[in-house]
Write a protein that binds this ligand. Structure first.
Ligand code: FES
Ligand SMILES: [Fe+2]
Length: 415
């Protein structure tokens, strides 16, 4: 349970809010690289942390991210002409480069130096792991990129996708650090029907009340879900949770991946899903990245509140626990949105299965408050901390700390 004040602190991400400022200390993915398909391609309008932005790729292939409204009189630069190394507002022709400098002002006399005094607010943008990352914080504190293994492997070794969720980022995030829901929301009534056997789904279903253990780290925390197996050993799934909102999901084999929930604004989220193999290119017979069914040419899922996420009551009786069709990611998305845009955390009843959710909130709230008091988040400026992996193992070890210490090597990224 959170106080109303802490629930607002957790979920409000606009400029000047404590959580919004914390998010602005980190590089965050905003677009897929493929959305800006080539030099001088059409600009993309998008929203991050409650700010309306336009992304474009200039003639030299460099990516720029600027605020949407032209500094002259506010026309949307989404309608701009992307030409000759800059984005030109179609209202009066002012033109801006990827750094935000005004490089042409054709409606002013040639002798005027007004253009040297005008800038459009531009945020640093970098391509990393097939995504376009944006840094929206103070320029002097611009950090290095986080050294995720999935970003460092060759492009052929990874797959990255995205989709929108019509709810606060915090709800999606909480679903990713909630190992217990896997035994229910994603259950197949007959485990043999489950097409993704390699996730050891059967073992997950064997014990619906895993013991959870949390260990804070410099980058966030890791948490272990321990399930007792019939032979007396344990099935351990150790998820990594990295600031501000990344998860690395355990899986016995590569390819493996995770997700990041990036706030579009307080009530909407863009979810990036990534999937990679550290040693070889992805193949057609590999399991596919988890994405919901979406309307063609968009990132909008077809299952929405308006159509009750297409719940199939017959399937709910006979096939799957939830009756929500298609796949686990659609089930996650549906249930997270079913709570409303911002769930009322003053009324929830958290149990022992919710310790990782409590940890994620506690860390985010603590860091946001510390930043408000002038203390910078350590992880933001230490991209090397992100060089870790999740763990999925069957082991006789009963205690969490010895388990992760013994597997320390396996939990470090190699690439
Ligand atoms: S509003 Fe953009 S140039 Fe005038
Ligand atoms: Fe899930």
């Amino acid at each position: 349970m959170l106080s109303r004040e802490d629930n607002e602190l957790l979920t409000q991400v606009g400029p000047g809010t404590p959580m919004g400022e914390l998010w602005r200390r980190f590089w965050i993915p905003g677009l897929l690289s493929s959305e800006l398909s080539g030099p001088d391609c059409p600009p993309i309008r998008f929203r991050l942390l409650g700010e309306d932005l336009v992304g474009f790729r200039d003639t030299n292939g460099n990516v720029g991210v600027v605020v949407e409204n032209c500094p002259h009189r506010g026309a949307s630069l989404f309608f701009g002409r992307n030409e000759e190394s800059g984005l030109r507002c179609v209202y009066h022709g002012w033109k801006f480069d990827v750094t935000g400098s005004c490089v042409d002002m054709p409606n002013e006399p040639p002798e005027s130096n007004f253009k040297h005094k005008v800038r459009v607010m531009a945020y640093p943008a970098m391509e990393w792991g097939d995504a376009i990352w944006v840094y929206m914080g103070p320029p002097a504190l611009r950090p290095p990129l986080p050294e995720f293994e999935w970003c460092r492997v060759p492009a052929s070794h990874r797959s990255v996708g995205k989709y929108f969720s019509d709810a606060s980022y915090a709800q999606g995030m909480e679903g990713d650090v909630d190992s217990a829901h896997v035994s229910f929301l994603h259950r197949w009534l007959n485990p043999a029907d489950n097409p993704t056997q390699e996730t050891r789904n059967g073992l997950i279903q064997d014990d619906g009340a895993p013991r959870l253990f949390v260990r804070e780290t410099d980058y966030g925390f890791m948490y272990g879900a321990r399930r007792l197996l019939a032979d007396g050993t344990y099935y351990w799934r150790v998820t990594q949770w990295l600031l501000p909102c990344f998860s690395l999901v355990p899986n016995p084999n590569f390819p493996r991946g995770g997700r990041v929930y990036v706030p579009v604004d307080d009530k909407h989220t863009v979810v990036f899903s990534y999937w990679y193999h550290p040693e070889r290119p992805l193949r057609d017979d590999d399991p596919k990245i988890f994405l919901p069914l979406m309307h063609a040419g968009t990132f909008q899922p077809i299952m929405t509140r308006e159509n009750d996420f297409m719940i199939d009551r017959e399937a709910q009786r006979t096939k799957t626990f939830s009756g929500i069709p298609f796949d686990g990611v659609s089930q996650d998305l549906a249930i997270v949105q079913s709570m409303g845009h911002i769930v009322n955390r003053t009324r929830e009843r958290l149990g022992t299965a919710d310790v990782a959710i409590i940890a994620a909130r506690r860390i985010l709230l603590r860091l946001a408050k510390q930043l408000r008091d002038g203390m910078e988040p350590f992880a933001a400026s230490h991209g090397d901390l992100y060089h870790v992996r999740a763990l999925d193992v069957i082991d006789s070890e009963e205690a969490f700390v010895p388990l992760v210490e013994r597997n320390n090597d396996v939990m470090m990224a190699r690439v």
